[in-house]
Design a protein around this ligand. Structure first.
Ligand code: ADP
Ligand code: MG
Length: 210
């Protein structure tokens, strides 16, 4: 209860609009649950095809106190759009009372995640795709974007073949090209996901692995 009150207080001072329980319940009707964990639903797809992503604050003293992840998600979408990097199209940011969450409502970026492509598309041209990925990551870094959640499940290939980012609450924009040390560290994030890399041919892997 105390947690809930604090959450509400900090969401309130960060000026999020409240979504009433009645409205949320109405939206949830016929929604698909795309992601959930032990605490409840994390990502919903509403009947109209829009996405609704819910965040709970993990600890009372978290550094995200004054910067709810839903708001960061929306702010980052604006930054990326200005930089010409494809990402979800934000509709609104909310605070929910019960359960206590902050949430972002958006149009998903059309396309398929690289993880899904790797898992589902047996005729996938890995060499071309990963060359495109390397070019894309260099573009992000040159534009000053440090995407902490860099992995194949958070990168989407759009129907036009362009790459873009989803799941963008943990991202920093330096406003200048990233130094080499940060580029390297960011590649380490990508390389951590062994399940993904197990699906990648040795030739392609050797180009990415240090
Ligand atoms: N084009 C897309 N745009 C947004 N989300 C997508 C897209 N395609 C698939 N998804 C799925 O939406 C869900 C939410 O993704 P994400 O925002 O990365 O949440 P998380 O990684 O926190 O579960 C995941 O299941 C993801 O695979
Ligand atoms: Mg994700």
């Amino acid at each position: 209860m105390e947690n809930a009150l604090n959450l509400l207080f900090f969401d309130w001072i960060t000026d999020l609009q409240t979504l009433s329980n009645a409205e949320f319940e109405r939206w949830r009707t016929n929604a698909d649950v795309l992601e959930k964990d032990g605490h409840g639903d994390k990502v919903l797809r509403f009947a109209d095809g829009t996405f609704f992503k819910l965040f709970r604050r993990k600890s009372l003293f978290s550094k995200t106190l004054l910067f709810p992840p839903a708001k960061r998600f929306a702010d980052n979408a604006e930054v990326l759009r200005k930089l010409g990097i494809a990402c979800p199209d934000i509709i609104a940011v909310y605070r929910l009372i019960n359960p206590p969450r902050n949430a972002v409502h958006y149009h998903p970026l059309q396309g398929t995640t690289l993880r899904d492509l790797l898992n589902r598309d047996v005729s996938l041209g890995q060499i071309e795709l990963f060359a495109k990925l390397a070019t894309f990551i260099t573009e992000l870094h040159d534009k000053g974007v440090y995407f902490r959640s860099l992995h194949l499940g958070n990168i989407v290939q759009t129907p036009s073949g362009q790459l873009g980012l989803i799941d963008i609450s943990d991202l920093r924009c330096l406003g200048k090209p990233l130094p080499n040390s940060m580029r390297k560290r960011n590649y380490q994030h990508l390389l951590r996901y062994e399940q993904d890399w197990a699906l990648v041919s040795p030739l392609v892997r050797s180009q990415f692995k240090p």
